[in-house]
Every structure is written in structure tokens, then in C-alpha cells.
Write a protein that binds this ligand. Structure first.
Ligand code: MN3
Length: 210
């Protein structure tokens, strides 16, 4: 079903403490109930005065950003992007040990990176290299090849014609309470709570639906 105005804060598909001890309950709570909730309400506030935009998905809004009223372009880009990227991040997590990498996705990772361990090293390096705030993604391109893509701030993947398989939020708000400045420690923790079933389902898609 197409999500449109008024956009709602999607409930997490797991309990706030489900990612412990890798990602702590307080961080998940503030990240979802404060940061993401603020993006949702700011996006709604931006487009509320424009009924002609109330039937648009976030993807449609962002892909026609240049045609939107100039006063809301930045708000839609930042907050719409914030909603989409956070949904990708939270949907991609699961309690540690409940899913495992296997099947076609594992085979493709081995083909494109040499081994799962080499992929992990390359992804960690890319996530550490994101300067300031942003994300690291594993994406599938139109040929079915997997690549690692960094994005800044709340830029989305919509213009890249790729399907997100994994999404790691490396904004400091995603880890500062527990890991302080130790982003590498957070990245290692994130690897323990990847929802590989979700990643496999994303890898299986032929088009980006969002
Ligand atoms: Mn975040």
C-alpha cells in the first residue's frame, strides 16, 4: 500500500530492547521515538499546506523536488529522506542470532567481494569513511551486482536506480549514548543484529517499491 500524507511513525518490528546488548534500548528508543518521529512530523508540517501533494509518496516527492514550492524543498529533502532512510535502517535489524546469511545473497556477496569476511571489511571501511553524518548501504544494481554506497546527510538512493539490501545509519545519534566516538565498535555491533531475512528479501526484489 502506498504511504502518503499524513505519514505515520511506523512501529518497530521488534521490542525496544530486542537488539541488546549490541544496540541498547535507550538508543533505539531515542532514535525511533525522537529522531525518526521528528522527521515524520516535520515532513507532514511541510506538505500540510499543499493539498496537491497529499497523494504523493515520499519517493514521488523527492524525485520531483525541483518542482515543489521552493519554501519546502529543503524540508522535504531532509525530512522525507530521513523517514525513508530510517525505515530502511530499522527494518533491516533483528535480534542477534535470529537470522543468518545464506542462499543467493551469500553467493552474490562471495562473487562480488571474494568472501563474506572481505565484504565485512570493505563495508566497515566504507562506513568508517563516511565523513560527518550519513549512511553506508549495500545495494543491488540493475545487473544484479552488489556494491557498497555511502550517502551523506539524508540523501536517498532514489535517483540511483538501485535496490537497498543493507542500511547502516552512522549518524552519531545512532550510537553516541553507548559507543561515544567509537564508530568502529558500533559498526561491529550492527553486524550482530542484521536481519538477513530482510536483506535476502530485498536482494530478491527486481524494482525499488518504496
Ligand atoms: Mn538516524
Amino acid at each position: 500500500m502506498k504511504e502518503m500524507y499524513p505519514f505515520v511513525l511506523r512501529p518497530l518490528p521488534y521490542e525496544m530492547d530486542a537488539l541488546e546488548p549490541h544496540i541498547d534500548k535507550e538508543t533505539v528508543f531515542i532514535h525511533h521515538e525522537k529522531h525518526l518521529a521528528t522527521y515524520v512530523s516535520n515532513l507532514n508540517n511541510a506538505i500540510e499546506p499543499y493539498p496537491e501533494l497529499h497523494q504523493c509518496s515520499i519517493k514521488e516527492l523527492i524525485l520531483q523536488l525541483d518542482t515543489l514550492p521552493t519554501g519546502i524543498q529543503t524540508a522535504v529533502k531532509n525530512n522525507g529522506g530521513g523517514v525513508v532512510n530510517h525505515n530502511a535502517y530499522f527494518d533491516g535489524l533483528a535480534p542477534s542470532g535470529t537470522t543468518t546469511l545464506s542462499g543467493p545473497l551469500m553467493a552474490q556477496i562471495n562473487e562480488d567481494f571474494g568472501s563474506v569476511e572481505a565484504f565485512r571489511e570493505a563495508f566497515t571501511k566504507a562506513a568508517l569513511a563516511v565523513f560527518g553524518s550519513g549512511y553506508a548501504w549495500l545495494v543491488k544494481d540493475e545487473k544484479g551486482t552488489l556494491t557498497i554506497v555511502p550517502t551523506a546527510n539524508q540523501v536517498t538512493l532514489f535517483e540511483m536506480n538501485v535496490i537497498p539490501v543493507l542500511c547502516l545509519d552512522v549518524w552519531e545519534h545512532a550510537y553516541y549514548l553507548k559507543n561515544q566516538n567509537r564508530r568502529a565498535e558500533y559498526i561491529a555491533s550492527w553486524f550482530s543484529v542484521i536481519n538477513w531475512d530482510h536483506a535476502a528479501a530485498q536482494f530478491d526484489k527486481s524494482t525499488c517499491m518504496e
